[in-house]
Ligand binder design. Structure first.
Ligand code: SF4
Length: 378
């Protein structure tokens, strides 16, 4: 038995790796990459079979944030040319969210820029969520509105919200290097508030922000302590106009090792491959499906993902199925969708290329879906 077999056995028994084992996964060589993925796949298959959960992001308030998170295109003073708009109306949110549901998403994630909501903001979002749930009772709703004040999580839960997302993003030791306007402890406390209110906790990380392997292991273990039901793993999208522009340190192989490490640390959690997957994993995206059991469909908050049809084709081609949906029917519907989606798919395929010096050409600011009159990418 190899050390990776032993690690997978422990994870299947819900026993965490040691820090040294987690660091060894991150430090493993490319020669061992397929063994790392295979060991993580055993764990993924034990808890989630070959299912892939689709989630759909709706940016319900975009840009103009007073916080200074260095990785964020919506931060104060951001020079990134992203869409900027205040709260979308309920019918606009429903239109975007239901486009995601039609594309196969079983969770919609309603995300607003800002430090945190006012009580009036909570009223607005709660009303929108109630309206969505009355029309889509079987679809999960995750809210992501920033730092929560007393009583706000309870009000979201009362409105029918399933989950609350607030990422730790990086280790406590690295946090001051990526944000100065709030603290790591603020983030931990918001996740705890959401849990206490009965919301399903969703909290993850962003890799590629200048952190060390130790930072990645620290944040993974900190997340394990919080017992999140879902763990989004983002890879930095280094937008021009943000302090982390030009920070292209990730390779597809490193992304796979990071995902595997998180899988071993949080074996039974929904590990979600989130922002940055297309630009950093590139042609190795399908391999990541052997480690994660959840992805976002289509676009991200301020950048475009690959066409939803390409997401579905990738899942089917890799031998996985869309959770809670008929994968073949979704594929057929996607095939019948607009020519613009097909053209976008060609663009994405053409753009995939070798890893050297970063791929800023792959970062496309979102210009469709929520906040625009152009149909959503689902
Ligand atoms: S991550 Fe959130 S709080 Fe930070 S700058 Fe972006 S929108 Fe604001």
């Amino acid at each position: 038995m190899t050390w990776l077999d032993a690690l997978a056995d422990k994870a299947i028994d819900l026993v965490p790796p040691t820090r040294e084992e987690a660091l060894a996964v991150l430090g493993s060589s490319d020669d061992d990459l397929m063994d790392v993925v295979a060991a993580a796949f055993r764990v993924r298959r034990r808890f989630f079979g070959r299912r892939v959960k689709l989630n759909y992001l709706v940016n319900i308030k975009s840009g103009l944030c007073p916080e200074d998170c260095f990785y964020c295109s919506q931060r104060v003073g951001s020079g990134a040319d992203v869409l900027k708009y205040s709260w979308l109306k309920t019918d606009e949110v429903l239109a975007s969210a239901e486009a995601g549901v039609a594309g196969g998403a079983r969770r919609v994630c309603l995300v607003a820029s800002g430090r945190g909501p006012t009580d009036k903001d909570i009223d607005r979002v709660a009303s929108t969520i109630s309206a969505f749930k009355s029309r889509n009772p079987d679809v999960e709703v995750c809210a992501c509105l920033g730092l929560l004040s007393d009583g706000q999580a309870e009000r979201l839960a009362d409105a029918g919200t399933t989950a609350y997302n607030h990422n730790l993003n990086t280790s406590g030791g690295h946090y001051a290097d990526i944000c100065t306007t709030h603290e790591y402890a603020d983030r931990v406390s918001t996740v705890e508030s959401a849990k206490s209110a009965g919301l399903s906790p969703c909290s993850g990380l962003i890799a590629g922000m200048g952190e060390t392997d130790e930072d990645l292991v620290d944040v993974a273990f900190a997340l394990r302590e919080l017992s999140p039901d879902s763990v989004p793993v983002n890879f930095l999208i280094p937008f021009d106009g943000t302090p982390l522009a030009g920070e292209w340190t990730l390779t597809p192989q490193r992304c796979l090792r990071i995902l595997a490490m998180v899988r071993f640390v949080c074996p039974s959690a929904e590990v979600r491959l989130a922002g940055g997957r297309e630009i950093h994993l590139r042609t190795l995206q399908p391999l990541a499906l052997h480690v994660v059991n959840s992805i976002f469909l289509g676009d991200y908050l301020t950048s475009e993902g690959q066409p939803g049809a390409a997401d579905l084709a990738m899942i089917a081609d890799a031998g996985f199925t869309v959770e809670g949906a008929d994968t073949e029917a979704l594929l057929a519907a996607a095939a019948a969708a607009s020519a613009s989606a097909a053209a976008g798919a060609d663009d994405a395929a053409d753009a995939a290329g070798p890893a050297s010096g970063g791929r800023p050409d792959l970062v496309h600011v979102r210009r469709r879906g929520a906040g625009t009159t152009i149909p959503a990418n689902t």
